[in-house]
Design a protein. Sequence first.
Length: 515
Amino acid sequence: MEFGVVNFLLQLLGIVLAIAGAAYIYLKNVTYNYWKHKGIAQAEPFVPFGSLWDVVRSRKSIAGLMRDLYLEFKDSAVFGFYSFHRPSLVIRDPDLIRFVLTKEFSHFQNRGLYYNEEVDPLSGHLFMLEGTKWKNLRIKFSPTFTSGKMKHMFTTVKECSDGLVQCVADEVEKNELVEIKDIMARFTTDVIASVAFGIECNSLKNPDAEFRAWGRKILKPRPVLTAMLVLCPSLLKMFNIAATNKEVTDFIIKVFKETVDYRTSNNLVRKDFLDLVMQLMNKGYVRGDDDKEPLEKPDISSGKITMLEGAAQVFVFWIAGFETSSSAATHCLYELSINQDVQERLADEISRVLGEFGGITYESLAAMPYLHKVVSETLRKYPSVPILNRDCNQDVQLPRVNLTIAKGTPIVIPLLGLHMDPEVYPEPDKFDPERFNEDNIAKRHRYAYLPFGDGPRNCIGMRFGLMQMKIGLVSLLSKYHFALGPNTKVPLEMGTGNFLLVPKGGIVLHVTRRK
């Protein structure tokens, strides 16, 4: 009896080893030669992870890997890459990037990222959705970030910035060495909680506030899952794996529903993002900036959005709004701490403009051109979303390259690599806001700088993100001077387990009051 069991187990082991061996041989000799057979240079694959081996073992982030490969294949307009078993095409050339993002957008409309509304309802948002559903939702949300609506949201952001200044003041009084990364994340968390959920979470006063705790949980590094989510979503779909933690999903849906129900039952209207989402839930369109019904109502044949669809849009606005803006502002203060001449020139502009306008106003931000240069240079060195993804939805000939991209091929645009290309940006590690003066911008290819993407799928919240970041920076730099802490690393070490470009650990700066 025991001999029979042993014999069965040995046979089973033999079958498993045979299948594994056959899979290894097929991957190595067939799958991983896909690009070679097409005459395209390719990144070295490693069975069974493809070109992602350094990401899987947390030696590099996806952003860092793509940057290094971009620089390695400097003589190639495109090169091949393998996401586990799946061949992807990486595009380096700005003209070809324009071809994908704008000129032939209809061939590359989808990002090809993971979403599964049945098992992961919060994944059904604008950033992930595809096809007709994405198009209809994008049309509905396009009016949510007009100048008029931004001015309404400005007031909320400004109120939160007052809390930011007070928080830094309290920290400086205790110790002039301030961990700025967490403070900026708490500031943007308070902003988004208020604008997107209508909730005052006060994480600037309470670092362990509920929304801040959930934010930390969502962004906990998960290198393998992140790689699959971004570069090989078919594996997640195959096994019906939810990318969003169930506890997070339950929390967001609960808070969203409770807030919507409260506003509805009390006839409460706040001119914020949540109100715009509720308009889409109740009417199927957003009212004009003057708060009047549009003369010609948009086509709402696709119907009103549901409670879950609304929750998903608020969820992505929360994640994108608090993490990308806080990281960008943190990176900016870090660079200003290194480049004191830039900081003082910016502080002088802020002081002069605030004096002219009597404080921080929506119009005063537009009157600070050097601030915009500083922010632009920050987003060049530290693009929050460091790669762009697209999926080819029909066979298409790629110009200037002898290649027909097959339907279903994932496309990767390595933004961090593009932004750090020494042939486009001499001395790319140098922080130089004058790269963004009119003359230098005119000399560069338009598609050599894409911190918010481009084309019909560019970042819909770009203007809000810039406004939030600028208000935070102006509020702090008008009152405080920043310098590096004694143990702050130069250059900055980046985290390896996230899709977004975020610093590893905290960033401690020496903060003193301006005289």
